[in-house]
Structures are given as structure tokens and as C-alpha cells.
Design a protein around this ligand. Structure first.
Ligand code: 5GP
Length: 139
């Protein structure tokens, strides 16, 4: 299936809808997930359009993984996490709901399961506070 630029992350990248941004460079943006599976759940989104990993340019992937690592390291520190889960879904059958490549970065705590994927909207004030914590850890 072809990339469709009406998806929500394309709109965020174009500045048409807001996000709680934590990082941006020429290649990518990172912001808080509005329906977090754990407190501090962030998304890393390359600016180059592709539906997911399957149709991505390997050169884009080569640039995005160091950023995924950078945000994951900062997230573990910012949220005092015991671990970090990184997820990336491909197509509906693979669990994907937004069809612009992105990586989930989710702080994890011993014995605590993840919340259900893309189910419950978080308060804007909580997202804003978590974005500030993550930005501070990235600074
Ligand atoms: P996927 O299922 O495609 O891997 O994940 C999409 C993610 O985007 C979900 O975790 C969902 O909570 C999140 N999401 C959906 N709509 C929005 C939005 O408008 N803004 C933000 N920041 N995240 C969103």
C-alpha cells in the first residue's frame, strides 16, 4: 500500500496539529504519545515519509536508530525506569494504527505490565510535564 500523507503524524510534522515535542533535528521529531502504554511513552518519527519499516529507505533507518537509542537512554533516566521497551508495528495485522514510520519508547518498571495499546488518552498536563522531564534529560 502507498504512503498516505493524511495520517496524524504527517499532520504533526507539517505543524497542522500540536504535539508535546521533546526533540527535533533535520531527520526526525520525537514527542509524547497521547495514549501512553506507560508513563513517559514517547514516539520517534523520521521526517522522511514511509508507511513503516517495510518500505523505509535503509539510509533513513541508519539515521533513526541512534536517535531511538538517545531518546531511550534519556527516557530511562528522566522517568527513573528499570528498563525500556521499544516497539515498532507494521501494517494493521502487525498492530500498526498510524501509517507513518515511528518507534515507541516506553519506560518499564519491574512487575508492571504495559497499558493497552492506543486505548486511553492522557491528561495534557501530564503529557506536558513528562515532555519537560524528557527534554531536561536530553539537554
Ligand atoms: P501504532 O499503533 O501505529 O504503532 O502507534 C500509534 C501511536 O500513536 C499509538 O500509541 C497512539 O497512542 C499514538 N497516537 C495516536 N494519535 C496520536 C496523536 O494525535 N498524537 C500523538 N502524540 N500520539 C498519537
Amino acid at each position: 500500500m502507498a504512503y498516505d500523507d493524511s495520517n496524524i503524524f504527517a499532520k504533526i510534522l507539517r505543524g497542522e496539529i500540536p504535539c508535546h515535542k521533546v526533540y527535533e533535528d533535520d531527520d526526525a521529531i520525537a514527542f509524547m504519545d497521547v495514549m501512553p502504554q506507560s508513563s513517559g511513552h514517547a514516539l520517534v518519527v523520521p521526517k522522511t515519509p514511509s508507511r513503516n519499516l517495510l518500505d523505509a529507505d535503509p539510509a533513513v533507518l541508519a539515521r533513526i536508530i541512534p536517535l531511538v537509542q538517545k531518546i531511550a537512554v534519556a527516557s530511562k533516566s528522566a522517568f527513573n525506569a528499570d528498563g525500556i521497551s521499544i516497539a515498532q508495528f507494521n501494517e494493521t495485522a502487525g498492530g500498526q494504527t498510524v501509517f507513518h514510520l515511528h518507534f515507541h519508547i516506553m519506560p518499564r518498571y519491574e512487575g508492571q505490565p504495559l497499558q493497552i495499546h492506543a486505548r486511553k488518552m492522557e491528561d495534557a498536563a501530564v503529557l506536558a510535564a513528562n515532555a519537560e522531564k524528557l527534554k531536561a534529560a536530553l539537554a
